[in-house]
Design a protein. Structure first.
Length: 164
């Protein structure tokens, strides 16, 4: 009985995600604009979120819209908990932040162009001297159903960005 319930939830999540993708692809788009240079000023962080003088930081972004299915909420939870559990020192030193950003909010729409976002997306970005120097979409988290596998991928990517 429990297996049927889990299978039903997975099927429902797939249907909701499919509907979201069809809707997202069919919504009218604005003319393409060139991405702006990403800096800490337009990164989604407030200056008060950073220790004084910090200009080098890695940001783990979870981008989403207003409609969020169970799988999307779960992916965000895994990403947030992974960052908080394995990178406490970097967070406390101001070298790492996790941000969940609704790209459907007008002030966040630039992220759609900046990172070519088409659906819920995890992005890791590195800022040096206040400017973004590198970013990576972590699309492979969607290929693994297990939270442990997703956490391992996130942990590896964040570690790589912090060590550079």
């Amino acid at each position: 009985m429990r297996a049927k319930k889990i299978l039903g939830l997975l099927l429902l999540a797939y249907v909701v995600f499919s509907l979201f993708m069809v809707t997202a692809r069919n919504r009218p788009r604005k003319p393409a604009e060139q991405p702006k240079e990403l800096t800490l000023a337009n990164s989604g962080l407030k200056e008060s979120d950073l220790p004084q003088g910090v200009k080098n930081i890695v940001i783990v972004y979870y981008f989403h819209g207003y409609r969020r299915c169970y799988s999307c909420l779960e992916a965000e939870r895994v990403a947030r908990e992974t960052v908080q559990r394995y990178f406490k020192d970097e967070i406390s030193k101001g070298r790492l932040r996790f941000l969940s950003i609704n790209v459907e909010e007008p002030e966040n729409e630039h992220f759609i162009r900046d990172y070519q976002i088409t659906a819920q997306t995890l992005v890791v970005a590195k800022f040096v001297d206040g400017k973004q120097v590198e970013s990576r979409k972590v699309d492979e988290i969607w290929m693994f159903p297990s939270a442990e596998d997703r956490a391992n991928i996130i942990r590896q990517v964040v570690s790589d960005f912090l060590s550079k």
